[in-house]
Design a protein around this ligand. Structure first.
Ligand code: GLN
Length: 293
């Protein structure tokens, strides 16, 4: 491109290249990538459309366009994904936050009791999008986020810091509830999780941006996709306060199996919630309050 390239010209060239590579959201992606490279908001980008850009910006923008053309998801290129109205840092070590998981937030916020010192636990926190969103929405809550990946926890910690939630969010490495169940000081009012739930032989059918760029450990749910639920549902009961809730994201075909596991573990008031596409997406259950008298 010539020396007098304007932002608008560059944006159009990026969008054209992405469209030619069959990117279904070419215009949007071009805008997001260019805003990232030029360190402008999308609004500033529109306002400055006629300003000239440096050769360095052009070259950086075209490098990112090539990554996108090779199938890398936008969030993994720019390192940020929006979830429930907040920006979360992401990276190779974590699943990109998805709109699907906003169903879990919606369900959780609707039932969180309005008590002081609410305690929340997130298993397999990844970017931290679930627990940090709940903490941000409920200033009276504290939370513990667990992940077995140290790299994921570094990202969750960074997100807690960026959202001003460090004081209320603890992080620890661990495998589901190991080291938490059986510890009498570890009791929570709500446990949430978006565990890996894809059946192993379906992993190869996932969209390329998921299959090749989201971490396998966040997707692979074992032979039938239910391994993580089997590991975490029964011990979760021991870690809940009376009246506390377990709120789990599930794959669209897993409502019956996961509800069954919750029932076997003694959960009450089990119910299933649907996502915006009307697919089963969340199962929740309650630990019964101890009867008095
Ligand atoms: N919702 C993700 C997908 O279908 C899967 C996430 C998970 O296994 N928890 O791509």
């Amino acid at each position: 491109m010539s020396d007098d390239t304007r932002l608008a010209d560059l944006q159009r060239r990026m969008a054209d290249e992405l469209a030619a590579a069959d990117d279904p959201t070419a215009a949007l992606d071009a805008r997001l990538l260019l805003a990232h490279v030029s360190r402008l908001t999308e609004t500033e980008l529109a306002l400055k459309a006629n300003e000239q850009v440096s050769a360095a910006i052009v070259s950086a923008a075209m490098t990112l366009t090539d990554l996108r053309k090779a199938g890398k998801p936008i969030a993994k290129i720019i390192g940020v994904k929006e979830f429930w109205g907040r920006a979360f840092r992401v990276g190779a070590a974590v699943l990109d936050p998805r709109p699907d998981s906003e169903t879990l937030i919606d369900s959780a916020l609707a039932i969180l009791p309005d008590k002081r010192d609410l305690k929340l636990l997130d298993l397999g926190t990844g970017s931290g999008c679930l627990i940090l969103t709940l903490l941000a929405e409920r200033p009276n809550a504290r939370g513990l986020a667990v992940d077995k990946s140290r790299a994921a926890l570094r990202i969750a910690r960074l997100n807690a810091h960026r959202l001003g939630l460090r004081a209320r969010a603890s992080m620890r490495t661990g495998d589901w509830l190991a080291g938490i169940a059986g510890h009498k000081d570890m009791r929570f009012d709500m446990i949430v999780s978006n565990p890996p739930y894809i059946a192993r032989d379906e992993l190869s059918t996932l969209a390329p941006d998921v299959q090749f760029f989201d971490p396998r450990a966040a997707l692979d749910g074992g032979a039938d996709g239910l391994s993580a639920y089997r590991l975490l549902i029964a011990p979760a009961m021991d870690c809940l306060n009376e009246g506390g809730y377990l709120v789990l994201e599930i794959g669209a075909t897993q409502a019956e199996a996961v509800s069954g596991l919750m029932q076997s573990a003694g959960f009450q008031n089990i119910s299933v919630r649907q996502d915006l596409a009307d697919r089963d997406r969340v199962v929740l259950g309650q630990k019964q309050a101890q009867k008095t008298g």
